[in-house]
Design a protein. Structure first.
Length: 268
């Protein structure tokens, strides 16, 4: 009868022998990598978590009584950290937008795309803390070194994400602008950006969340913000103050996560 399904219709699709072999080879490669990395990662020492649990408990008890007596100073340092993240994110967006078009195969010619993709790969290769150390030498200790370090690394990351979004756009709007006699710039402004704008904003918010955490780490090397206070109190074994600072960091980052999630929900 029409509309009925046979057993063959319900059977899962079959894969060819070559595909099955390739899948099993991939699984074996992953298992082999895990096996080789087991000793290098010292996974055999996991038992120490249990063996030394008493020492860990004693250490963590020092954090159970956070000292918020200097809370104004902590809040001011956290605000400085967020300002570093804001400017690091903003500047990276400014640089990433034009670079992303030069990295997109459907926008730029191959002789431009390949070197630009190499450039953004290079920018992503340098860790924030390494860049931060370099900028500490260039501009001295302080927030500016943190801003510049975040800008360089995030420009590479955002340019990659932005270019992938550009390459995934629908061609029809761009062709429509072209059919009306629009220039190449008008094709981008009216045919590309409206399609990728919400996704770009979502990517930028994700990076801002990440930058808020990265800016804290950069403070450990003297790039300003609350990380410097955290490092100083750790060196002074003032665990009550460290606990208070950590709670402020967690609270601020959590608030940023919640706000950015709400914004992304309205965009996508």
């Amino acid at each position: 009868m029409a509309g009925t399904q046979t057993m063959n219709d319900l059977a899962p699709p079959t894969t060819g022998m070559a595909t099955r072999i390739a899948n099993w080879l991939m699984i074996l490669v992953v298992v082999a990598i895990l096996a080789v990395a087991f000793k290098g990662a010292h996974m055999q020492d996991l038992h120490k978590l249990v063996d030394k649990s008493a020492n860990t408990g004693t250490y963590l008890q020092a954090y159970l009584k956070p000292d918020f007596s200097d809370w104004k100073r902590y809040i001011a340092a956290m605000w400085e950290t967020l300002q570093i993240a804001v400017w690091g994110t903003f500047l990276s967006i400014i640089f990433a937008i034009p670079i992303s078009f030069l990295c997109s195969r459907n926008i730029a010619p191959a002789w431009v795309v390949q070197p630009m993709r190499g450039l953004i790969a290079l920018l992503r290769a340098f860790p924030d803390i390494v860049l931060g150390t370099a900028f500490l030498v260039a501009v001295g200790p302080g927030p500016l070194a943190g801003v510049l370090a975040l800008t360089i690394n995030n420009t590479g990351t955002l340019a990659k994400l932005f270019s992938e979004a550009v390459e995934a756009i629908e061609a029809a709007p761009v062709e429509g602008v072209r059919a009306t006699g629009g220039s190449r710039l008008q094709e981008i402004v009216w045919g590309v950006i409206p399609q990728v704008g919400p996704l770009w904003t979502s990517f930028a918010l994700y990076r801002f969340e990440s930058n808020a955490r990265s800016a804290t780490v950069l403070g450990l090397i003297g790039a300003g913000g609350i990380g410097q206070l955290l490092f100083d109190n750790l060196n002074g074994y003032d665990y009550a103050s460290v606990s208070a600072i950590a709670l402020i960091i967690v609270g601020a980052v959590t608030l940023i996560d919640i706000l950015s999630q709400q914004i992304r929900k309205r965009l996508l």
